[in-house]
Design a protein around this ligand. Structure first.
Ligand code: ADE
Length: 229
């Protein structure tokens, strides 16, 4: 999979993709990430990227020309399956959306800043608008890192059996059950007996029940329709 990211702050995206599972995905050639510095498309001697918003109001807006030039250039060489703008007014990211993106070949992510990007760029190019939660970040970079991490680990061949995504929270609309490792007795707190039993079916039943109870207590919205709550 290829993921291109347009940003004002490439430095912010240097580290997140160079560790752990995403690093392995890149090293195995399963994930290619290219960061594009929007400053290279700035206007005039000062390489201007942002300007005041028409109609007044606090906050600057990313101008359309630099984004238009950058996106158009990238589109010359690649067909993007989705052009995704990270923005707090986008669709709230879910595991289902992540699953869908993980099946694509070419994604282009656009990180916004200040008050956002000129609306005409959204109309012209953007196919999907994604928010990583109902709060405002200072830019789209950390949201892009979240999205790439969630997608990258689902690309076939990236996770091995030990890290399999099938048992993740949300994959079956349930939170994951509790997990334990050695020692079986830690300061008098014991691991549930069933997990030590070696009885596969009982362990599976226990995990299923724990996952259900945990979801019911913490995230009932995942189990029931709104009008049942
Ligand atoms: N940019 C600023 N806040 C954001 C959010 N919550 N999600 C995605 N992009 C953002």
């Amino acid at each position: 999979m290829n993921i291109d990211i347009i940003t004002l702050l490439p430095g912010l995206l240097e580290s997140p993709f160079n560790h752990s599972i995403l690093k392995r995905a890149k090293d195995k050639g399963l994930l290619h990430i290219e960061i594009h510095d929007l400053r290279n498309y700035g206007i005039g001697n000062s390489l201007q990227l942002d300007d005041y918003q028409f109609g007044g109001g606090a906050g600057m807006v990313l101008m359309p020309e630099p984004l238009f030039n950058c996106i158009s250039k990238l589109k010359e060489n690649k067909h993007f399956d989705e052009i995704i703008f990270l923005t707090p007014d986008g669709d709230r990211l879910t595991q289902k959306i992540v699953n869908t993106f993980s099946l694509k070949n070419n994604l282009l992510l656009i990180c916004g800043h200040y008050k956002g990007i000129d609306e005409r760029i959204r109309e012209m190019f953007v196919t999907r608008e994604i928010s990583v939660g109902d709060y405002v970040l200072s830019g789209g970079e950390l949201a892009a890192a979240v999205l790439v991490d969630a997608i990258g680990r689902l690309i076939p061949g990236v996770l091995n059996d030990e890290t399999s995504a099938l048992t993740d929270s949300f994959q079956d609309d349930l939170l994951a059950p509790p997990v334990y490792t050695r020692p079986a007795d830690f300061m008098g707190m014991k691991v549930p007996e069933v997990l030590l039993s070696g009885h596969f079916k009982n362990i599976e039943d226990w995990r299923q029940e724990q996952a259900y109870q945990r979801t019911k207590n913490r995230r009932p919205d995942l189990l029931f329709d709104d009008d049942e709550l």
